[in-house]
Design a protein around this ligand. Structure first.
Ligand code: PEP
Length: 248
């Protein structure tokens, strides 16, 4: 059985004081050897703080975006090598908020995933349909197109990525996909990965979209749901720890 991954996405939240309180509470409640992998993806300016607090603990950390370029004249961008300097194990790429508000294309997301992999950082590649796309019966086509771009670009390294299925209509809305709805899409993604690599079982497919302490166990019990990408609930230590406990 694949070891599950519970990853928090703090989005653009936090302060030095709030982060310290949150991380100390999470670290205090986390078993020394959790039964799942656990990580927090934090705003880039806080990576040094998170590294200092989490180094040597069971809590890994990562970033929420990475440049598609290696280095150079790209004002405001953060490179994969910079993330590696701060000990990042993961980086989220292609979150729907980046696709929606920053115009990130499937190709740009794939290039970011490739940069992360080249730097030894695991990209958490987000895919997911909007409500209009779901209503139009396009869910499967959309997520397959998004994942196909990454598979095409990273080739055999696809076995090193994490995929996060995040239906856009469920992110930050309090509306969660039912376990059956989520499982159906995860099965599609699993089949696509199986066709792309003989090592597909290594690829964890997370669910994200209003996962919380109350609904985590039912979602995580589905055969192709290998963890969660947690937004709002990752900002409350108690809720986040209850989700981690549900991933046992
Ligand atoms: C996310 O932003 O990745 C997310 C899943 O958010 P939320 O849990 O708040 O829906």
């Amino acid at each position: 059985m694949t070891r599950k991954l519970i990853a928090g996405n703090w989005k653009m939240n936090g302060s030095l004081a709030d982060n310290e309180a949150l991380l100390r509470a999470v670290l205090a409640g986390l078993p020394a050897t959790p039964t799942a992998d656990v990580a927090v993806c934090v705003p880039a300016p806080y990576l040094a703080q998170v590294q200092a607090l989490c180094q040597g603990t069971a809590l890994a950390w990562g970033a929420q975006d990475v440049s598609a370029h290696e280095r150079g004249a790209y004002t405001g961008e953060v490179s994969a090598a910079m993330l590696r300097d701060f000990g990042c194990r993961y980086v989220i790429v292609g979150h729907s908020e980046r696709r929606q508000y920053h115009g990130e294309t499937d190709e740009a997301v794939a290039a970011k995933a490739q940069r992360a992999l080249a730097a030894g950082i695991t990209p958490i590649v987000c895919v997911g349909e909007t409500e209009a796309q779901r209503n139009a019966g396009q869910t499967e086509a959309v997520v397959k197109r998004q994942l196909a771009a990454v598979i095409h670009t990273v080739g055999h390294c696809v076995s090193e990525i994490v995929v996060a299925y995040e239906p856009v209509w469920a992110i930050g809305t309090g509306r969660t996909a039912t376990p059956e709805q989520a499982q159906a899409v995860h099965a599609v993604l699993r089949a696509q990965l199986r066709a792309a690599t003989p090592s597909e079982r290594r690829v964890r497919i997370l669910y994200g979209g209003s996962m919380n302490a109350a609904n985590a166990a039912a979602l995580l019990a589905q055969p192709d749901i290998d963890g969660g990408l947690i937004g709002g609930a990752s900002l409350k230590a108690e809720d986040f720890l209850r989700i981690v406990a549900a991933a046992a």
